[in-house]
Design a protein around this ligand. Structure first.
Ligand SMILES: [Zn+2]
Ligand SMILES: [Zn+2]
Length: 640
């Protein structure tokens, strides 16, 4: 264990990056080789006439009522109610009732003996910083993360609030409501027909929040889940354009009637807590749940989770007190919490209790979501599915591994082609994360990969999945998921997923020669809220992607569900045509930075900064004049 006694200052950016966790993520799975079996696309329905194609798109992962997640202590804003109440101004500028962590974080770590804790903290500086800084510091750091700047801690720069909505909603909100009912209706009116509403919680985060902020201080994930499920039922009962779908037939009827089929799901790290699982399943089934993830951020009694962000390794360590030295995920040399192999893959797959739970779910025709599963768990679940004549498996919110930039592609929670192959064989589909990241270039895509983190990036992933992997794709928005969304192509945050100077160049080119905006909030907010889902699809379309399959993804979901309950006699499709090629890996940031022109040895983007914005050099400004700048940009000036 390295003795990284870095001072708190240099820890900050890393800690921030790390804490700025994706609360949610994607799927897992097996050994690369594809897993073709047979080939006959045995199909369930002999010679019955095909059912009519349904119109509308599907969002496979939404946390509409997440203000009740984490004991009710993190999100500001409500999913329902009049806008002036649900989206009212928060108490930004005060140490308020949301978006911050408790001061005595060290109190969370009393389960491991002191020597083990010291050893872990010495090896992993994120843990060290958590213990040293406490919640006030960490909350402010979170709020300084590029992208989510100001959305946590005191966040006085972005109070939001109806009707001005300055600051939020925006693509980078991680603590403010993005799934208000008015926005759901907006999405519905523009074609959303299936929405998988996932009741979410994470007890570790709940315990990390100040006591006075949480409504249910016992931090029982299932209590949070119950509240959200009840709210969803109440919402459907009081809105005539939405219904909870309890069967595939229900879903088909609801969509055919041009209404929104809401499907209830659960995403929790300790799903069912310590309850007897069958009774717990009965209970949530009675509340309308028809799909769920058996794991989320942490290993549990049902199976292994895919490790990703260091913060979750710390949370896992908080439970297991395990310091693994087979591979370094949390630092160069160690992995906290998880038991990993020498490739940094979680060794935990499906437990016997997990197998029993999944078997029961399959008996009931419930849909199995493989999101967040460890690779070993995915392999194990796939085996079960194959035994059941290729019972459908889907991933509600996934990143295709091969299209992700190298650092991201190493994460177990990204979905490699061999998992997509399994999904195809079983007749499942992918909910593609509406992510905010730079990705590699998919050469066959008609959309230029020239605005990192925007709908152009989403297009690379979408076209790779559709054309290369040949899998059915819906959206996996994960809105209210404590996670960033697709970035804008215009405005101050345009194309901002890589580094500042490149973003300036990409934004300049987008303005000058790119495809114009939609004229909606999506242009400068990105995917700031649920009502803008369809704008993402519109933007993809005007950029040149074929979005027809996406616009019919509600149909794919219903057909998948029908397969779960119907007769199956083999694989749903032969994935041997799956082609993971055509991807060009982006040069590193250092290489790209080195290719830029320099002034005073500093890289810059020529003629990219608009009038009134801060600048260092004349050559940076569109006008050619950076007024008031000193020598070599010290102090900075303002473009004329
Ligand atoms: Zn989620
Ligand atoms: Zn706030």
């Amino acid at each position: 264990m390295a003795s990284s006694t870095k001072p708190a200052r240099s820890i900050l950016p890393l800690l921030a990056a790390t804490l700025f966790a994706q609360a949610c993520a994607s799927p897992p799975a097996a050994e690369s080789e594809g897993s073709e079996t047979g080939s006959e696309t045995g199909d369930e329905t002999g010679d019955e006439p095909p059912l009519p194609m349904l119109e509308g798109y599907a969002d496979l992962h939404l946390h509409m009522f997440a203000e009740e997640a984490f004991g009710g202590g993190w999100f500001h804003g409500q999913a329902t109610g009049p806008a002036e109440v649900a989206l009212a101004l928060c108490d930004a500028g005060q140490p308020g009732d949301h978006a911050r962590l408790r001061d005595d974080l060290a109190g969370l770590f009393t389960g491991c003996d002191q020597a083990t804790l010291d050893e872990a903290a010495a090896a992993v500086f994120e843990l060290q910083a958590l213990l040293l800084l406490g919640g006030a510091g960490v909350s402010e750091i979170l709020g300084e993360v590029p992208g989510s700047k100001g959305d946590t801690g005191l966040h006085q720069d972005r109070p939001g609030g109806w009707p001005e909505l300055e600051g939020w909603p925006r693509w980078d909100a991680i603590a403010h409501q993005q799934a208000w009912e008015g926005w759901l209706e907006q999405a519905y009116e523009s074609g959303l027909r299936v929405s998988v509403m996932s009741a979410v919680s994470f007890d570790w985060l709940c315990r990390a929040l100040p006591d006075e902020n949480v409504t249910r201080p016992q931090c029982d994930e299932m209590d949070d889940v119950r509240v959200q499920l009840e709210q969803a039922n109440e919402f459907a009962a009081t809105h005539d354009w939405v219904e909870i779908a309890l069967t595939a037939e229900d879903a088909r009827r609801i969509v055919s009637e041009d209404k929104l089929a809401m499907v209830l799901s659960i995403e929790a790290s300790h799903i069912f807590g310590t309850q007897a699982w069958l009774a717990a399943l009965d209970e949530v089934y009675a509340l309308g749940v028809r799909t769920l993830q058996i794991v989320h951020q942490l290993d549990n009694r049902f199976g292994g989770a895919a490790p990703h962000n260091t913060i979750f390794q710390i949370a896992q360590f908080n439970e297991s007190c395990h310091i693994d030295t087979d591979c370094g995920l949390s630092s160069d040399s160690v992995t906290l919490g998880f038991d990993v192999d020498s490739d940094c893959r979680n060794v935990l797959g499906l437990t016997s209790e997990g197998a029993a739970l999944l078997t029961e779910m399959m008996d009931r025709g419930m849909l199995i979501d493989v999101a967040h599963m460890s690779e070993q768990l995915t392999r194990d679940v796939y085996e079960l599915a194959v035994e059941r004549e290729y019972y459908p498996l889907y991933a509600s919110h996934a990143h295709f591994r091969e299209i992700m930039v190298p650092a991201k592609a190493t994460e177990e929670k990204t979905s490699p082609a061999w998992i997509v192959s399994m999904v195809r064989e079983t007749g499942g589909m992918i909910g593609l994360r509406t992510a905010h990241e730079e990705v590699n270039t998919y050469e066959p895509s008609p959309v230029a990969n020239s605005c990192h983190g925007s709908s152009r990036s989403f297009a690379q992933a979408y076209d790779y999945g559709r054309l290369g992997l040949g899998v059915s794709i819906g959206l996996g928005s994960d809105l209210n998921g404590f996670i960033q969304q697709t970035r804008p192509r215009f405005g101050p945050y345009a194309c901002s997923a890589s580094f500042t100077e490149e973003a300036a160049c990409q934004a300049r080119d987008e303005r000058q020669t790119g495809v114009g905006g939609l004229g909606t909030d999506f242009d400068e907010w990105g995917l700031g809220h649920l009502g803008l889902l369809d704008d993402l699809i519109d933007d993809l379309e005007q950029l040149g992607s074929d979005v027809q399959p996406l616009r019919r993804s509600a149909n794919d979901f219903v057909v998948m569900w029908e397969r779960s309950a119907g007769q199956r006699s083999g694989p749903a499709s032969d994935p041997s045509d799956l082609n993971p090629g055509g991807i060009t890996i982006n040069p590193s940031h250092a290489q790209r930075r080195a290719a830029l022109p320099t002034e005073c040895d500093v890289p810059y983007c020529p003629a990219s900064i608009l009038a009134g914005m801060e600048c260092r050099f004349d050559v940076e400004c569109e006008s050619g004049v950076c007024a008031g700048a000193g020598a070599c940009g010290q102090p900075k000036g303002v473009c004329e």
